[in-house]
Design a protein around this ligand. Structure first.
Ligand code: BT5
Length: 243
């Protein structure tokens, strides 16, 4: 076993991590395993994805071995499904701070940004009695318009397994929070709240307004210039101005 392989051992209690060199998409693999009865807190991490998925049929790309590409399974659901994605997003923000000393901002619904550039994206796949949450975090490589942690930690090569260990520990902590406390923490952590945003809706209409709050059901309340509140559940948000 190489030292690189050895780093993919020893996880926080109750987490089962399978590390593969290459797959199509960790979300697809873990969804299949979940349907076959895999236990809660099963995890698949890959060095490389040939068909990494983004939202709305988009793709997620990464150089081989450079970034964290991982999916996590939650069963025995005791809270609304969207809370699991929020938990992973909050845990990722904190893990990046712990590993690299940089604090990404959290953009609704679950993007991590640094200096306005995308560091990480999350994608949930909801099954009959489970949720798979996938997350990609740019660690040592990023596409041109995006950003990686290593750009901010001069010269350091960051190990994906180290970030995953921190991510899982943080998830354990956030899973202890009550539904109310998690909603409060997530709302307070979103840099979107108070910002002027452009919403590119899936029906191709565009809305500009001020992001006022996030509802308990996860939807973003955006108030337009006429004072009308719109509740957004899907679509892309661009921060135009933050206050
Ligand atoms: C997301 O979609 O941000 C969700 C990404 C989830 C990826 C993880 S990796 C492990 C797991 N297995 C999977 O198959 N997926 C999950 P979305 O908001 O639609 O953003 C996708 C868009 O971001 C693309 O259309 C590109 O423009 C851009 N993009 C692609 N790769 C990127 C990267 N590495 N960094 C920043 N932006 C990227």
């Amino acid at each position: 076993m190489t030292s690189a392989d050895a780093n993919w051992l020893n996880w926080p209690n109750g987490w089962w991590v399978e590390h593969v060199a290459e797959t199509t998409s960790t979300n697809i693999d873990l969804y299949d395993l979940a349907q076959q009865g895999a236990p809660t807190h099963s995890v698949i991490a890959a060095d490389f994805q040939t068909a990494g998925r983004g939202r709305l049929d988009r793709t997620w790309v990464a150089a081989r071995g450079a970034n964290l590409l991982v999916s996590l399974l939650f069963r025995d659901l005791t809270r609304p499904q969207h809370h699991y994605t929020q938990i992973v997003g909050l845990a990722a923000v904190r893990a990046c701070q712990q590993l690299a000393g940089v604090l990404p901002e959290l953009k609704w619904p679950n993007d991590l940004l640094i200096n306005g550039r995308k560091l990480s994206g999350l994608l949930a796949a909801v099954g009959p009695d489970f949720v798979v949450v996938g997350i990609g975090i740019n660690m040592n490589w990023a596409p041109d318009d995006a950003i990686s942690l290593s750009e901010l930690v001069a010269g350091a090569y960051l190990q994906p397994a180290d970030l995953l260990r921190l991510l899982l520990s943080n998830i354990d902590e956030f899973e202890q929070l009550s539904i109310d406390d998690l909603h409060g923490l997530y709302s307070a952590s979103l840099s979107t709240i108070g910002a002027t945003v452009r919403v590119d809706r899936t029906d191709r209409t565009v809305l500009v307004g001020r992001a006022a709050s996030v509802n308990r059901d996860g939807r973003l309340a955006v108030v337009d210039d006429s004072g009308v509140t719109h509740l957004i559940d899907t679509g892309d948000i661009v921060h135009l101005r933050t206050t």
